[in-house]
Design a protein around this ligand. Structure first.
Ligand code: MSP
Length: 529
């Protein structure tokens, strides 16, 4: 049975550098899901934030000559600003340095100590500071490189508390049996084969070699390991453990709520092994889905400052508009698979899909309704032209498929279908050649039918694309004469919704881009970082 409510989260990002296109990718995909759900009448709570403790941040602040708090205050503001610019509809933004968060982390540790889930010991092993992860000798190999990011790891020896990972391993194994718990399945199998089958070591959950973290009430020289601190953001943001825990009850505890974590492939281990274990230790419900998306790479590999290939979303949004950037992210890289950012593909995607397909369909259709019917959309008629039924059926199927795909977080696939429908509508114009029908008085009904089918298809397309094209969908409604009240999702199946509307010619929806010029511009942005 479909759940009535949704709780969707992004990872909380490290404010160790400014946000880049990778962060924007994950947040935009979650935003599309949240907007789609709300538009369809569901309640959806959408959380993002920043992960502000740990040795990495402490070092960055030192390098910058400011306190860690000053450092994170500045960068987390940048993240908030970016989400505003990208029209992200998050309901909350959690920072792990907020009191509402860290006081609960202290309570979590008190519980784990009382529950005998942790014990005091000494850590001797390897640590990757950029990933904030511990590794064993075998995992780092002869060259002492982090298995996740490939950077050199450091040897660490310090007193710490260990979490008894074997105590809750059955909970993880049982959760893995649920088909939707981890997607794609290959990520789950990777966890089983790489970490669970070889035998999971106990996890070091506190640190004593630096200060920038949440101190334990029971033993304040220990600060929380940043990953324990970070994972619990999903609960602290809902007021878990406080007297004002209404959101927690509504979105976590309630069986009517579907809990979805969206994460990048780099942090699967923490979310699909340790997080369920921590939740089990706290006697709490596990998430319904952890959706693992791929990483955006550059032609020369991972984005990194040293390579000078980091892409900032700001100049892209400034030049091409927020809708185009959101569309590119949703459509170009299949959600769940790795992808590559190239200036060529970025410009091509906008020109092919938004200018040639969607924009063209709108401008041609509106121009023809003006030319042949004085701007008034003729009443919908069924089955007049040979391809009418096909287009109608396609619209129905596209709506259904789009809903199913979004429900499964197959976001890219959901929009491939929509763009295909628009493409078919453009071909339908060619097949019916309205310019010929207009010359023949006896074909008036045929012409009326073509126009009303096109306008309805445009409504369906704009409505389905609205979670991505947050601004341009409104412009489409305006041009096809739909008030915001009428352009409601509940009317999406109503083929008569546009009958008698007055259309308005507007500016072209997306200006055509000069490929050579714009590719050069986007490439220059990558070098300037
Ligand atoms: N702070 C931790 C997460 C804690 S969640 C309880 C962290 N932060 S991060 O800033 O390094 O990365 C977080 C997420 O950003 C990744 O999991 C991924 O979703 C997204 N991305 C960061 N770089 C990315 C790409 N190059 N491509 C796509 N997404 C990327 O890990």
């Amino acid at each position: 049975m479909a759940k009535k409510r949704f709780y969707i989260t992004t990872p909380i990002y490290y404010p160790s550098g400014n946000a880049h296109i990778g962060h924007a990718y994950c947040t935009t995909m979650c935003d599309i899901f949240a907007r789609n759900k709300r538009m369809r009448g569901y309640e959806c709570y959408f959380l993002t934030g920043t992960d502000e403790h740990g040795v990495k941040i402490e070092k960055k602040a030192q390098e910058a000559g400011v306190t860690p708090q000053e450092y994170v205050d500045g960068i987390s503001e940048q993240f908030k600003k970016l989400w505003k610019t990208m029209e992200i509809s998050n309901d909350d933004f959690i920072r792990t340095t907020e009191e509402r968060h860290w006081t609960i982390i202290q309570k979590v540790f008190s519980h784990m100590i009382k529950n005998d889930d942790v014990y005091l010991g000494k850590y001797e092993g390897w640590y990757c500071t950029p990933c904030e992860s511990f590794w064993t000798d075998t995992q780092v190999g002869e060259n002492h490189l982090c298995p996740d990011c490939g950077r050199p790891v450091q040897k660490e020896t310090e007193e710490c508390y260990f979490f008894k990972t074997q105590k809750y391993i059955d909970v993880v194994n049982d959760w893995y049996k649920l088909p939707e718990s981890v997607y794609p399945i290959s990520r789950k199998n990777e966890m089983i084969n790489t970490f669970i089958k070889p035998g999971l070591s106990d996890l070091c959950v506190t640190r004593t070699s630096f200060k920038w973290g949440v101190p334990l009430l029971e033993n304040p020289k220990h600060v929380s390991y940043v990953w324990v601190d970070a994972l619990f953001n999903y609960l602290t943001a809902l007021g878990y453990g406080t007297s004002h825990d209404e959101l927690y009850k509504k979105y976590w505890e309630s069986e009517d709520s579907e809990i979805i974590h969206v994460i990048g492939a780099d942090i699967t281990r923490f979310h699909t092994i340790y997080w369920p274990e921590f939740l089990a230790s706290m006697n709490l419900r596990l998430p319904d889905r952890v959706f693992v998306h791929g990483l955006i790479m550059m032609k020369d590999g991972k984005m990194s400052k040293s390579k000078g290939n980091v892409v900032s979303p700001y100049p892209l949004v400034e030049k091409y508009g927020v809708d185009a950037v959101r569309y590119y992210l949703a459509r170009e890289i299949i959600f769940g698979e790795d992808g590559t950012f190239t200036p060529e593909q970025f410009i091509d995607r906008i020109n092919n899909d938004l200018v040639n397909n969607l924009g063209n369909l709108l401008s041609r259709t509106v121009a023809m309704v003006i030319k042949y019917f004085d701007g008034v959309v003729p009443g919908f008629k069924k089955g007049i032209n040979p391809k009418d039924n096909e287009l109608e059926k396609l619209a129905e199927e596209t709506i259904k498929k789009n809903e199913e795909d979004i429900d499964d977080l197959h976001i890219t696939e959901a929009y491939i279908e929509v763009m295909n429908m628009l493409d078919v509508a453009n071909k339908y114009i060619e097949e019916n050649a309205p310019w010929n029908l207009a010359k023949d008085e006896t074909k008036k009904e045929n012409l009326e039918s073509v126009m009303s089918h096109l306008i309805y298809t445009l409504f369906v397309g704009a409505k389905l694309l609205e979670p991505i094209l947050v601004n341009k969908s409104q412009e489409i409604y305006r041009q096809i004469g739909l008030t915001s009240e009428k352009a409601n999702y509940k009317n999406i199946h109503d083929i008569n919704i546009c009958n008698g509307n007055k259309v308005t010619k507007g500016e072209s929806l997306f200006p055509r881009l000069n490929v050579a010029e714009e590719v050069k511009y986007v490439a220059s942005l990558m070098k300037n970082n």
